[in-house]
Design a protein around this ligand. Structure first.
Ligand SMILES: [Zn+2]
Length: 234
């Protein structure tokens, strides 16, 4: 018999959540009670970032019906909705305005943010700053307009969307550090750099239908990103 707490009919609100496949960037839908889902595009198994099993906290039979439920305080690199919350949504709104709602570009920025979050969490670097800078770097790709101007415009949009001034200034400085020719001095900037190299690596692995090779990792600056790539593109 199925525990009523796990019966979807007992739930209210959204049953399906969306997450971004870390390997290929595809937007994957998953039921909130499912432990994991297979990416329809690249076939990697993605852990549910927001598995909800509230009943497990009080139901005596939860171990029979759910098995091991992940602890809610474990970091979930794919969930953009809760931990960084408001700030991130403001960033996405700003990017949507800056790109005139270009879905492909927004999706790629979200993919980069997923990598950035994974790396920043592992390195214990301040997450919102690294995520917003990763998002901003999308504006430096494939455009005729002056990068400087575009970044300034995005920072204004961030403020407009309610991101606080200190954070916006930190993001501005971090993005500009990433754009300089030399190797970035700060760990945060190296992580933002690597988040984008991981996106490009994902696109390359998908295009060439192969696993990562040692020479692919040379573009990455941090060991954390190298380990992440080896896991992801094995
Ligand atoms: Zn995938």
């Amino acid at each position: 018999m199925r525990c009523p707490g796990q019966d979807r009919g007992f739930w209210s609100g959204r049953l399906l959540i969306e997450c971004v496949c870390p390997r290929c960037g595809w937007i994957v839908e998953i039921f909130k009670d499912e432990a994991s889902v297979k990416c329809p595009r690249c076939k990697i198994r993605i852990e549910n970032p927001k598995r909800e099993a509230e009943c497990a906290t009080w139901c005596a039979n939860s171990s029979q019906c759910l098995g091991n439920v992940p602890k809610s305080d474990s970091p979930d690199p794919l969930d953009f909705g809760v931990a960084v919350g408001q700030t991130l949504r403001a960033g996405l709104r700003a990017l949507r305005r800056a790109t005139s709602g270009d879905f492909k570009r927004i999706a790629r920025a979200v993919w980069a943010m997923g990598h950035a979050r994974e790396l920043a969490t592992q390195e214990a670097v301040e997450v919102p700053k690294v995520l917003l800078a990763s998002l901003a770097l999308e504006l430096t790709r494939g455009s005729q307009r002056q990068v400087d101007e575009q970044i300034s415009e995005l920072i204004k949009l961030l403020l407009d969307e309610g991101v606080n001034l200190d954070l916006a200034q930190e993001v501005d400085a971090l993005v500009r550090e990433c754009l300089r020719e030399e190797i970035p001095a700060s760990l945060a900037a190296r992580l933002v750099h690597d988040a984008w190299r991981l996106v490009e690596l994902g696109e390359k692995m998908l295009r060439e239908q192969r696993s990562v090779a040692p020479e692919d990792l040379w573009v990455l600056m941090t060991d954390t990103a190298k380990r992440h790539a080896e896991r992801l593109f094995a």
